[in-house]
Ligand binder design. Structure first.
Ligand SMILES: Cc1ncc(COP(=O)(O)O)c(C=O)c1O
Length: 472
């Protein structure tokens, strides 16, 4: 073999064994030459040959990248068509059982949509927390203000401005995760018996909260790529009384769908006609795969009737339980409720996150986390394609880290769930994502962890179980 062929064979091996993932940037021609002791022209000849074979692609002024993998592409899940009728929610038992299983470390972790601590690992955050406790432990061992740490509120307001949301730190209220933010928002705009419009499928925790607050849900037709059907919303509002909308800003859980900015504006315009409050949940907003972070709804309407909820749970520190809410003219109502529900949040985690943000480096952290999660998601999609029934349909998330699978109507994801638990595998069956318990033929897989043989084997075994179940 010539030197350039040897080097090409080495690069192909690295691609095959996953050391170089599809889309990864190759070292520069000069680095390849230095690392492998070949001349620049040999390194360039290697790259040209790999490019001719479509193993890598050249990007002008940027370098060579591993080509995206050609794959048999599974069809997209169908857009949902739920009944346009409000119904009571009864989901708490199923959600509690699922959370119990998915937090059990004995099971493979496809059940809970939370990133793995090892993957999020940020030594600098750990150091900030340790320093704050060591230096000022007594000062922070107090009841804080109900609004939360002022420095953290300032950092959150600064970041909001970067996506076009003009926010004053006085309008930010720190919460115990996005969960408390959603509860504060819902109780500020609705009373028991009222109806809340949600995506279909939607985040199971939101449905659980609706049930606990005695609120009804009306499910909206939702497309796996484009999100909510705005024309269907306009038709619904002609007949149904809806107290508020509670919708993901971007990357709905479980579909990973993303509404175009024009559709977001159109939805706000329809809601504006009926003066309906809009609660947006932006926990996945920073985990985008495109060129830039999608704008939240609140940046499009100035916040007049939008309540913004988010947290650091998906991108930095799920265990710190730090989230926030920006409720504009409803801030006073939110604070009253915050005082009643939890008085104030734990101070130390807030101080640590504030310092972490102020020191810079959160964007670099996010870039790393996005790349890792996107890599795991791509590999999980490959494993699903290779092992699940051929009729399986699969979402193509634009961000976040969950995959939604739809199987033929006769498929029962609850039966698969029981069989999978016997094999030490946990995932989320589809019916917990709907107030009317639709989607029993669907399931959600979380890809919030690193990729390794054990995980890959788990997805493949789950696929084989699904094949056997469908054939039975
Ligand atoms: C869409 C969505 N909102 C909110 C939450 C809860 O966030 P937190 O852990 O910050 O309470 C989750 C967690 O899975 C979620 O997926």
């Amino acid at each position: 073999m010539y030197r350039y062929e040897q080097l090409a064979a080495l690069i192909i091996t690295m691609i095959d064994n996953g050391a170089l993932a599809p889309g990864a940037r190759l070292p520069s021609v000069r680095t390849l030459s230095d690392q492998h002791g070949v001349s620049i022209s040999t390194a360039l000849q290697t790259c040209r040959m790999l490019e001719d074979r479509e193993v890598i692609v050249a990007r002008p002024r940027s370098g060579f990248y591993v080509a995206p993998k050609p794959r048999k592409v599974l069809a997209l899940p169908s857009a949902s068509r739920p009944r346009a009728r409000a119904s009571a929610v009864s989901i708490s038992g199923a959600v509690a059982a699922l959370l119990e299983h998915s937090s059990n470390p004995a099971f493979l972790p496809f059940g809970c949509a939370v990133p793995d601590g090892a993957l999020l690992e940020s030594k600098r955050l750990d150091l900030s927390l340790a320093r704050a406790a060591r230096q000022h432990g007594a000062r922070y061992n107090v009841y804080g203000t109900p609004l939360g740490d002022p420095a953290l509120r300032g950092e959150i307001a600064k970041r909001a401005m970067r996506v076009g949301h003009m926010l004053s730190p006085d309008e930010v209220v720190i919460t115990s995760g996005c969960t408390e933010a959603l509860t504060l928002a819902l109780t500020s705009v609705a009373k028991p018996g009222d109806t809340i419009a949600v995506e279909s499928p939607t985040y199971m925790g939101l449905l659980h909260t609706l049930e606990m607050l005695g609120l009804k849900a009306v499910e909206l037709p939702t497309d796996p790529i484009r999100g909510i059907d705005v024309a269907a919303v306009a038709r619904l509002l002609e007949t149904e009384r809806v107290a508020a909308f509670a919708i993901a800003s971007s990357f709905n859980n479980p579909l990973g769908s993303m509404m175009a900015e024009t559709d977001k504006r159109a939805l706000l315009e329809v809601l504006g006609r009926y003066a309906i409050p809009f609660i947006e949940d932006d926990v996945y907003g920073d985990l985008y795969f495109g060129r830039e972070r999608p704008k939240p709804f609140i940046a499009l309407d100035g916040g007049a009737n939008t309540i913004y909820c988010s947290s650091f749970s998906k991108s930095l520190a799920p265990g710190y339980r730090v989230g926030w809410i920006a409720a504009d003219r409803r801030t006073r109502q939110v604070i009253e409720r915050k005082l009643a529900f939890s008085l104030c949040g734990a101070v130390l985690p807030q101080v640590a996150i504030a310092e972490f943000l102020a020191r810079g480096g959160y964007d670099a952290h996010l870039r790393r986390v996005r790349q890792l999660l996107q890599g795991t998601l791509a590999r999980m999609a490959d494993a699903v394609e290779a092992s699940f029934p051929a009729e399986t349909k699969m979402s193509r998330p634009a961000g976040g880290f969950v995959l939604w699978l739809e199987l033929p109507k006769r498929f029962d994801s609850r039966a698969l769930f029981d069989k999978a638990l016997d094999q030490g595998i946990c995932f989320a069956p589809g019916d917990v994502f709907s107030a009317s318990r639709r989607f029993r033929n669907c399931l959600r897989l979380s890809a919030g962890h690193g990729w390794n043989e054990r995980i890959e084997d788990g997805v493949r075994r789950l696929g084989q179980l699904a094949v056997a179940l469908l054939a039975a």
